[in-house]
Design a protein. Structure first.
Length: 337
């Protein structure tokens, strides 16, 4: 029953115009909007001693925030900054501040913060209070001279100098606030200069001016080699073309991953999983020979648990438009001497 309602609600969110279920939930959306406005008004933003750039999205669920954080970290480094990252650590045990390390358990720090740390090697601190997390980051890593706040758009207590709004191909669905629609806050009619819009799709799907991010799967690498920091080799897809494959994805939009694999020409059995799936038990049959997963799933897997199953990781190659890089440089041209 709950599953059927959830599926109906998802259809209502992404159905345009709003269907009867979405319209029936609009009174709750009005209440949600009022509470969100009160929360923002009472937040009293706290400023830390270095600049802060927030990466987030307006819709519930994933829209490409993690690869955008990684791209922003890389750009800031290219401009001479030493960035660190703070995040809530969705789904983790506990709420206090915690520094993320390569051997951290996802259940303690969250899967996305661990992935950000492994991919970028930037220091990452998680905590439900991002002000406390940012201060802990500066205290433990004093070389950090700029903070990137992952999924911090609706966390108003941490004052920000700039923010990046990320949209994927779904746009804003029916355009309504939660729970009638997918929006966490209303879509702005225009954005100020310190707000950058990045479209994680082939072209903008909204009237807000912004830039394009191009994403593709870079190849595959074994789980063991991925954990050692190795990138996929040229032609790595050929390893899997004649194998019996299962593709598992515990992300917000598993079908996007499956579509990318199909476009490459792989044949596989698709196994969609809930977003942030914990992999406490392996979700595929014991006799499965080859499994391909996303990086977000890979952080929760260890070779010792896999038996004879070979797990392959497909890292994402995420390339932002040169105009987006120029906009980041305009906002943060160089660190202070």
């Amino acid at each position: 029953m709950i599953g059927r309602f959830a599926a109906a609600l998802q259809h209502a969110w992404w159905h345009e115009p709003a269907n009867s279920l979405a319209r029936g939930l609009q009174p709750l959306s009005a209440l949600y909007g009022a509470l969100a406005a009160v929360n923002k008004t009472l937040a009293w933003p706290r400023r830390i001693d270095v600049p802060v750039i927030v990466v987030g999205n307006l819709v519930a669920g994933g829209a490409g925030k993690t690869p955008t954080v990684l791209a922003v970290v890389q750009l800031l480094r290219a401009f001479g900054w030493t960035p660190g990252v703070v995040s809530r650590g969705y789904g983790r045990r506990g709420t206090g501040t915690l520094a993320v390390h390569a051997d951290s358990e996802p259940r303690d720090c969250g899967d996305e913060p661990l992935l950000i740390h492994l991919r970028s090697q930037a220091p990452v601190v998680v905590g439900s209070d991002r002000v406390a997390a940012a201060r802990a980051l500066r205290r433990e890593q004093p070389q950090v001279d700029i903070v990137v706040s992952d999924d911090g758009l609706q966390h108003h207590r941490l004052a920000r100098d700039a923010q990046v709004l990320v949209f994927d191909e779904r746009g804003v669905g029916n355009g309504l606030l939660l729970p009638a629609g997918p929006l966490r806050e209303a879509l702005p009619l225009q954005v100020p200069p310190e707000t950058l819009v990045l479209y994680n799709d082939a072209e903008p799907m909204l009237p807000l001016p912004g830039w394009i991010a191009r994403r593709r799967l870079a190849g595959v690498v074994s789980l063991e080699d991925w954990r050692c920091g190795h990138a996929p080799l040229d032609g790595s897809w050929s390893i899997l073309r004649e194998r019996t494959l299962l593709a598992a994805a515990g992300i917000a939009s598993p079908q996007r991953f499956f579509d990318q694999l199909q476009a490459i020409g792989l044949s596989f059995t698709a196994l969609p999983l809930p977003d942030h799936h914990a992999f406490e038990t392996l979700p595929w049959p014991e006799h499965t020979t080859d499994v391909i997963v996303t990086e977000k799933d890979a952080v929760k897997l260890r070779s010792a648990r896999l038996g004879r199953t070979q797990v392959w990781v497909a890292p994402l190659d995420f390339e932002v438009d040169l105009g987006f890089a120029a906009a980041i440089k305009r906002l943060f041209p160089h660190p202070p001497p």
